[in-house]
Design a protein around this ligand. Structure first.
Ligand SMILES: Cc1cc2nc3c(=O)[nH]c(=O)nc-3n(C[C@H](O)[C@H](O)[C@H](O)COP(=O)(O)OP(=O)(O)OC[C@H]3O[C@@H](n4cnc5c(N)ncnc54)[C@H](O)[C@@H]3O)c2cc1C
Length: 458
């Protein structure tokens, strides 16, 4: 099919393919995890080299097109007319340097691809709850590892080098530009297309953890118990609580099929006996309907959250929470408890704190240091259910507003949030936001990289 842009000259210079709407392969390049976020860019470049990325960006800026990137496709703002989208799958590679406990990736790997090569050396990366998430997008947005965050901080804190093609088409090694290196780790895709990243990994072959699922009618008891217990945990332990209405899907364990449950997630980096002892207060709350807590290889830690592996249509919304007094817990029971009628598949509170609150040696632009909880809600439904699901999401998030913090995890900001520059400035805080925007204006003065939570002057 054709486009209003003549891509003949560009196509003749690229190593990778170009796809226009209607071309075979276009839909595959545009596929994302959220089936409600169809991507419809005017041009897709399947970059096979850094030079392809440079050529595509120069073509886009020469034609006034915005540049989008589809990495692992797990948080894609809707792209559309007037946009050139890059995919980097054809450039994907990884190299593990076990002696330096360091990994270099290029292109667009997913965390799951790295876990086995790392496990072969007894190493663990700071991946998130789902192994299907893209490494680069995750690292640029902070990166909250459910297992390692409270002991090691944000994944962004452990990035040691970034290679990025900026709006002028130049490949820059960000560590040679301290402003760029600082802002990239927190500004996500606002500053350019990242082609390579190096980051630290850790000698952690095994972890103790899993999930305990309780009937949702225990929510009023579980919430205050979890609130009081969670902050007593050492930094080597992580936990979150999900209030879930699970779908009735074949392959799901029987007690969870179609069930309304409270999912307590728990991990401990250390021995099974200490890990189990720390969990005792929550075990004392009664028998779970399903229990997966055990010692496991680190590479299996994605089973702790058990996020859905296959793409699905969904909407989500989140906020940071400043505190959880009894009134907040009572509100949450009313909004999501057994008598609420809440249809949302997962409403969760993640405990932050520990090393997440400490600044890294090389300062970055992650704005949530000191935030105690991230609160996120997620509902399944296609476009025809958008009003219904988004109505519930808004009700739950607004219901928790009295206890909300202006900050929230960058990686959890939904495309549905449609945040204004003023609201984004509230999330980063004025000083940090203005610093990041100054770097953005230096490297991307025409705002070519605007297909994201766009960081511009408020
Ligand atoms: C099921 C699920 C579980 C999750 N769990 C966690 C978790 O535990 N912890 C956590 O921190 N986050 C989590 N996330 C959020 C996830 O980290 C973000 O959605 C992240 O942006 C996904 O990256 P991606 O490459 O998969 O997504 P994409 O949709 O491909 O990319 C998202 C954005 O990242 C930027 N980006 C991606 N690649 C590049 C690149 N090469 N150059 C420049 N910019 C780029 C762009 O701005 C892009 O729009 C989860 C998301 C889902 C859907």
């Amino acid at each position: 099919m054709s486009t209003e842009f003549d891509v003949t000259a560009l196509a003749s210079q690229l190593t990778g393919p170009i796809f226009l709407p209607g071309d075979p392969g276009y839909d595959l390049e545009c596929a994302t995890f959220n089936l409600n976020s169809p991507l419809t860019p005017a041009i897709v470049v399947g970059a096979a080299s850094v030079r392809d990325v440079q050529l595509a960006i120069r073509f886009a800026t020469g034609h006034g097109l915005a540049v989008a990137v589809r990495g692992g496709g797990h948080l894609q703002p809707r792209t559309g007319e007037g946009q050139l989208m890059l995919t980097l799958d054809r450039m994907t590679s990884w190299t593990v340097d076990a002696s330096r406990a360091s990994v270099r990736v290029t292109g667009s790997p997913r965390w799951g691809q790295l876990m086995a090569p790392l496990a072969a050396h007894g190493l663990a990366a700071m991946n998130g709850s789902s192994p299907h998430v893209g490494v680069v997008g995750y690292l640029l947005g902070g990166g909250l590892s459910p297992v390692l965050a409270r002991s090691h901080g944000y994944a962004s804190d452990h990035v040691t080098a970034i290679e990025v093609v900026t709006a002028d088409g130049e490949l820059r090694r960000a560590t040679e530009h301290s402003d760029l290196f600082f802002a990239l780790r927190g500004a996500k895709g606002n500053l350019g297309v990242v082609t390579a990243v190096e980051f630290g990994v850790f000698p952690i072959p095994a972890v103790y953890g899993g999930g305990l699922w309780f009937p949702v009618d225990r929510l009023a008891t579980l919430l205050p118990a979890w609130r009081d217990w969670a902050p007593t945990l050492p930094e080597r332990a992580g936990t979150s609580l999900g209030i879930q209405r699970l779908p009735d899907l074949p392959g799901m364990p029987e007690p969870l099929r179609g069930a309304a449950v409270v999912h307590l997630r728990y991990s401990y980096v250390g021995g099974a006996a200490e890990g189990e002892a720390l969990l005792t207060p929550m075990r004392g709350l009664g028998d779970p309907v399903f229990d997966t807590v055990t010692e496991m290889p680190y590479a299996a830690s994605g089973t702790i959250h058990n996020d859905p592996p296959e793409p699905l249509p969904y909407f989500d919304l989140g906020t940071g929470l400043r505190w959880l007094p009894d009134a907040a817990l009572a509100a949450l029971v009313e909004l999501t408890g057994p008598d609420s009628g809440c249809p949302l598949v997962n409403v969760e509170i993640r405990l932050l704190g520990g090393a997440l609150d400490r600044a890294p040696d090389a300062p970055d632009a992650v704005p949530t240091r000191g935030l105690p909880y991230q609160f996120t809600a997620f509902g399944i439904g296609g476009p025809e259910q958008a009003g219904f699901v988004n109505g519930w999401l808004t009700r739950v998030i607004e219901g928790m507003r009295p206890w909300a913090d202006p900050r929230q995890m960058l990686n959890f900001i939904s495309p549905e949030a449609g945040l204004t520059p003023g609201e984004l400035r509230g999330i980063y805080g004025a000083d940090l936001y203005d610093r990041v925007v100054a770097v953005k204006e230096k490297y991307d003065p025409a705002n070519t990289f605007r297909v994201n939570h766009n960081l511009v002057r408020a």
